[in-house]
Design a binder for this molecule. Structure first.
Ligand SMILES: [Zn+2]
Ligand SMILES: [Zn+2]
Length: 372
């Protein structure tokens, strides 16, 4: 009797434990942010600037990973300050600790965690994040030149944080000769065009002028839900990476190649080279119907990026259609285009501007849509 009863008990206990573990570990689901891939590239979503109690942040390192997973991010960096550790008496430990503590949780949840630190100096050159470090402790040196040289020699991707931060650039956002020196010595590869709530026109201009990779990050210090209405669907500022694979190495390759865009507050900023295909992949043309001199067109936005289209003034002769069309995420719309004048055309081209896709600072992206 006993021989048969014992295994049954064991099985039921294991089953019960499995249910318990499953239900406690996965009470929440991984979030999803709908963004289409580009031809040849995965569109990855990342936030590469955030803090924990190992500098002046308010959360434990594993929390940053869990927040990212809940929101549907692919990759993050924890970028604790090297030079500013207000909680050091309570939270001692090396500059490598926030990464080391977060890394197992990141592996567990499938979030790519990139080792990083924030070099925190007065202007010039201000604050710079170094990503893909091998040893953050080595950056604790006297001069910013030596700190950034060390980062460079570790193979880091280095970007200028919050270039228009009023506390460091009180009147205008200046490019200093120190930034030219960094650029010329392979110690400046990117720039935050977006930091938290701020979009920096000058930062976007600097990116274009100096060939810097566009970055968009939160620089979050609080628990993410205190600064962003995550449960209500608000998406934090993200760096979109157009990567060949979903790996840290592929992200590094994309960063050095400049294949990124900023996604923030329902807007996108970046090179037309990436924003044009991104827009075309977001917009699905569901149907085109011809009724006499009218085209009836049905479109859908398959992404979480709103699409704001306006007619390009004076560039659409003999066509009557909307002045502006707003396609919210997931929404469909039907519009008509009336032919004036030549009524025998089989195809039409609409010259439009995507108002919330900034290919130059604060200015929408021109685009031509063809229907037949
Ligand atoms: Zn900073
Ligand atoms: Zn910061």
């Amino acid at each position: 009797m006993n021989l048969t009863q014992t295994p049954v008990k064991k099985i039921s206990i294991c089953f019960f434990l499995a249910i318990l573990v499953y239900s406690t570990s996965y009470a929440q689901k991984k979030g999803v942010i709908q963004l289409p891939d580009l031809p040849g590239y995965h569109t990855l979503k990342g936030d590469f600037h955030m803090h924990t109690v190992f500098s002046d942040g308010k959360v434990w390192p594993t929390t940053r990973v869990e927040e990212a997973w809940l929101e549907g991010l692919d990759a993050i960096s924890i970028t604790d300050h090297i030079e500013y550790r207000p909680y050091k008496a309570d939270v001692p430990g090396s500059h490598n600790r926030s990464f080391e503590i977060a890394e197992p949780r990141a592996k567990d949840l499938g979030v790519i965690l990139i080792k990083a630190s924030e070099v925190t100096r007065s202007m010039p050159p201000g604050h710079l994040n170094a990503l893909f470090l091998t040893d953050s402790d080595a950056l604790e040196v006297e001069t910013w030149q030596d700190a950034l040289k060390t980062a460079r020699d570790q193979g880091a991707f280095i970007f200028w944080d919050h270039p228009g931060w009023a506390r460091q650039q009180p009147d205008t956002t200046l490019w200093w000769e120190e930034h030219t020196w960094l650029l010329e010595n392979d110690m400046l590869h990117g720039i935050e065009v977006v930091n938290g709530p701020d979009y920096y026109y000058e930062g976007h201009q600097f990116a274009m002028e100096h060939g810097l990779t566009i970055m968009s990050n939160t620089d979050v210090h609080n628990p993410i839900g205190m600064d962003y209405d995550v449960k209500g669907g608000q998406i934090r500022p993200l760096t979109l990476i157009f990567a060949k694979e979903k790996t840290a190495e592929a992200i590094k390759e994309a960063f050095f190649a400049g294949r990124t865009a900023a996604f923030f507050q329902g807007k996108v900023a970046g090179k037309a080279e990436w924003l044009e295909p991104l827009f075309m992949e977001c917009l699905e043309i569901k149907s085109v119907e011809r009724r006499g001199t009218t085209f009836i067109i049905k479109v859908k936005n398959n992404s979480d990026i709103p699409l704001h289209l306006t007619k390009k003034a004076g560039k659409n002769p003999n066509l009557a259609f909307f002045r502006d069309l707003r396609l919210d995420p997931g929404h469909e719309s039907i519009f008509s285009v009336d032919l004036e004048g030549d009524r025998d055309v089989s195809a039409i081209s609409l010259n439009l501007v995507v108002d919330n896709f900034f290919t130059t600072p604060g200015t929408g992206m021109p685009i031509t849509l063809e229907f037949k």
